[in-house]
Design a protein around this ligand. Structure first.
Ligand SMILES: Cc1cc2nc3c(=O)[nH]c(=O)nc-3n(C[C@H](O)[C@H](O)[C@H](O)COP(=O)(O)O)c2cc1C
Length: 352
């Protein structure tokens, strides 16, 4: 039996790390976002959403193999469950990179078939792979084969679009998924819009092509054995919750980053637990921040991810301003975060 068959046989998304926490975390995830979801960001998101699945920024397979892993693949143990997202389209390289990721402790390896940037197109990976299902299937098969030899294999998953440019046939999308699923992939994160490879910037590609959640829902209905995660444009707790009626999970990108307390509310609503205030959550990050400062990390590298914590709240703008203006100054430390917190009206919780 091949590794792909074993993957198939398990019938549902394999819980290969043996933790129910991982399986449960299919429901809520934070999208991979270049320059944003670095390890500091993920540690913060983990604190807010103890049950969510987190994704790294995309790292090209070549960089995983030849680059500075301590920087590119930095990960804190509190981040689990955390997936490494890979870019690339050469099966051999992707397989090697997947093994490295799994050995470093990532809980899932995800292949990017959704990024539309020119750089990515020139390298023939990202969204243009939607037009090359056989290559994606070959890559996924090679990755699964390679990680299956490890003591702790990890799931290999795909994040894709609905199609590229003027592909407007659901059947083409489903055929893509079917071919990749036949290679052993059991989970698809569907950014539920097309990528337009000509004439739209990556930013516009996250906004302009219309969202078609119904395609993701149809996929789940027709292929119930696959885990289907819906992504794209989910902005509120209500919207995220509505997706759970039709799919296995909701993945939030920009909304989670710009309004991180939304993540906390979703985690509590879906998994239980006590709702904590923004101030409490911020203070809970203090030991991490101080440990990082002691290692020589600059405060600004962490606080840039915290700016949205008081999004839409009284004092939210001042909180943001104090952190962004002060965090790059030499010697900036936790006291700056306390000063920012103080202007939000959360003074009553000020540290003794
Ligand atoms: C700044 C930024 C960087 C992104 N980088 C990646 C990436 O590295 N890999 C990827 O698959 N998607 C990337 N995306 C796309 C997101 O993962 C997500 O699919 C998209 O933003 C739609 O979800 P949202 O509407 O919840 O933000 C990025 C998005 C943003 C805003």
């Amino acid at each position: 039996m091949t590794a792909a068959d074993q993957h198939q046989e398990s019938g549902k998304f394999p819980d290969l790390r043996g933790t129910t926490r991982y399986a449960a975390s299919l429901r809520l995830s934070v999208a991979p976002m270049m320059d944003w979801t670095d390890t500091h960001c993920r540690v913060f998101h983990r604190l807010l959403a103890p049950h969510a699945r987190l994704y790294t920024e995309m790292v090209h397979a070549n960089a995983v193999i030849h680059g500075d892993r301590s920087r590119l693949l930095a990960m804190d143990p509190v981040e689990h469950p955390v997936a490494l997202q890979l870019g690339g389209s050469e099966p051999e390289l992707l397989a090697q990179a997947a093994v490295i990721g799994a050995q470093l402790g990532f809980d899932e390896v995800n292949l990017n078939c959704g990024c539309p940037s020119d750089r990515v197109q020139a390298g023939r990976f990202g969204a243009c792979l939607m037009r090359e299902p056989a290559l994606v299937a070959g890559s996924v098969a090679a990755m699964i084969e390679a990680v299956s030899t490890l003591e702790t294999p990890v799931p290999v998953t795909v994040k894709c679009r609905l199609g590229v440019d003027d592909d407007h046939r659901y059947e083409v999308f489903r055929d893509f998924v079917d071919e990749v699923a036949a290679a052993g992939c059991r989970m698809f994160v569907v950014h539920a819009r097309n990528a337009w490879l000509k004439g739209l910037s990556p930013k516009e590609n996250r906004e302009v092509p219309p969202l078609r959640y119904d395609w993701a829902y149809a996929l789940k209905r027709e292929r119930p054995e696959l885990a289907v995660i819906v992504n794209g444009g989910i902005a509120t707790q209500e919207e995220a919750t509505a997706h759970l009626d039709h799919a296995d999970g909701a993945m939030l990108g920009r909304a989670a980053y710009h309004d991180p307390w939304l993540l906390h509310r979703l985690d509590v609503a879906w998994f239980g637990g006590q709702l904590r205030t923004r101030g409490e959550l911020l203070r809970a990050l203090r030991p991490y921040v101080e440990a990082q400062l002691a290692r020589g990390v600059f405060l600004k590298h962490i606080t840039r991810h915290l700016l949205g914590l008081f999004h839409g709240e009284r004092g939210g703008r001042a909180f943001r301003q104090i952190l962004s203006e002060g965090a790059h100054r030499p010697g900036a430390d936790w006291s700056l975060v306390e000063a920012a917190l103080a202007v939000t009206g959360h003074k009553e919780q000020a540290a003794a």
